[in-house]
Design a protein around this ligand. Structure first.
Ligand code: PLP
Length: 413
């Protein structure tokens, strides 16, 4: 009997491919139902027209990031004029706004869908009553104020540290871990504090990686960023610079040609941003990311696991896949810390582990960030992983595959 081994193998591989597709059938069904900034772009553009009309602004103002920051919406009257909100919601925002500051850039406002009470953009940016009912959170759970050996510096790891350059942001996230700083008036760290921070780095030759954070590092002017990066480049032991900004999501027009020219001069520069939902990834964001990449900037994302926003494996998978589409590499997912006023965003750790379980194997390794818990007391980031190592002894490791197969693996040199 004629037996074609090649054909048999191809049949088996085809059967396996069908089985693999079945593994993501649920996701393939749900993915188009999760709104993203590309599928919603027409709607977003028409909202932008209305917002521009209200402010009597044209494209010149809209694409001017200074105008966007100056025009941040931070009072309920303007908000109510721009978003058709039910009166109870307006009252709620007024009441909570008296305790906790809020502000939204017109651009980020245009991503909001007032017809959806669960809109993930609104949930992240508009005050809500539960903020006043958080009896458990503390103001500074990471004890940042205790790991600051010099002005504006947080030094928590051996070879790297952060400089807090401003408390300003284009939008004040309701889940902000540094609420204690944003409730004060906007300010930029003083020149003398920045000089003292730079002196500290000069005196510590083990520091090879400096992160500019805030607030939002892109709230500084191009000149200020240029000056800081120039000073850091003059310190021989500083090998890389990182900037933390949420403007890629909340104010993509911040990424101007002039900013890109500055960043390009100071290679190597890493920009870490924060996208929490695929709705935040728009064609406007794509343009900003392309510009930064052309300037030789490496892009990473630090999402926060937020109840009611992205505490769902499908949403998180789409978020990470869409980040890759605009050349942003998912880097971290942070477990939401117990910051006072943010209890309604917190999830159990199991939720994060389950999300990680549903990423590995099911999608590109590039789309898989590390899930992190920040240790209390400022002892650093701790990765949380599903258990793939079942057991280990002298001769064997027992391992688990992404499809839950348990296998024994020889443990020899
Ligand atoms: C998160 C953080 C860093 C950077 O940590 P990586 O894991 O290297 O990204 C550095 N310093 C402080 C204080 C931090 O909180």
């Amino acid at each position: 009997m004629y037996y074609d081994d090649g054909e048999q193998k191809r049949k088996l591989a085809a059967k396996r491919a069908a089985e693999l597709k079945a593994r993501i059938e649920d996701y393939l069904h749900v993915r188009p139902l999760i709104p993203d900034g590309f599928s919603q772009w027409e709607k977003i553009l028409s909202r932008q027209e209305k917002i521009k009309e209200y402010f009597r602004a044209g494209d010149r103002e809209w694409y001017d990031w200074h105008w966007q920051v100056r025009s941040r919406i931070e009072d309920v009257e303007t908000l109510a004029a721009l978003l058709a909100l039910p009166p109870e919601k307006v009252e709620e925002i007024r009441q909570v706004g008296e305790v906790y500051r809020w502000a939204v850039s017109p651009y980020f406002l245009s991503l909001m869908d007032p017809e959806n009470p669960d809109c993930p953009i609104m949930r992240q940016s508009l005050p809500a009553l539960p903020e006043l009912m958080d009896s458990e959170g503390t103001e500074d759970p990471m004890a940042e104020e205790l790991t600051s050996p010099a002005p504006a510096i947080t030094h928590r790891y051996p070879d790297r540290l952060t400089i807090n350059v401003t408390n300003q942001c284009a939008m004040y996230c309701r889940h902000c871990q540094r609420r204690r700083n944003i409730n004060k008036a906007d300010h930029i760290t003083s020149q003398s504090d920045l000089q003292a921070a730079l002196d500290y780095i000069r005196e510590h030759d083990e520091i090879r990686d400096v992160l500019l954070t805030g607030g939002d590092a892109f709230m500084l002017s191009d000149e200020q960023i240029d000056w800081l990066l120039t000073e850091l480049d003059r310190i021989e032991h500083v090998e890389i610079k990182r900037l933390g900004t949420r403007t890629l999501a909340t104010l993509p027009m911040r990424v101007t040609d002039s900013l890109c020219n500055v960043l390009e001069k100071h290679f190597p520069v890493y920009v870490n941003t924060q996208f929490n939902h695929p709705l935040e990834i728009t064609p406007e964001v794509e343009q900003a990311c392309k510009k930064l990449s052309r300037a030789g900037v490496a892009l990473g994302n630090q999402a926060v696991l937020l109840a009611g926003v992205n505490d769902d494996a499908h949403v998180m998978k789409k978020l990470n896949q869409y980040l890759l589409k605009v050349l942003i590499r998912p880097y971290y997912i942070f477990h939401a810390k117990a910051v006072k006023g943010t209890a309604h965003f917190r999830t159990r750790v199991e939720v994060g582990i389950e999300i990680m379980e549903k990423l590995r194997g099911f999608t590109s390794g590039l789309a898989i960030p590390t899930y992190i818990i920040n240790a209390p007391g400022g002892y650093g980031k701790i990765p949380m992983l599903p258990a793939y190592l079942v057991s280990m002894d002298k001769d064997k490791v027992r391992i688990r595959t992404w499809e839950n197969r348990i296998l024994d693996y020889d443990n020899h040199e």
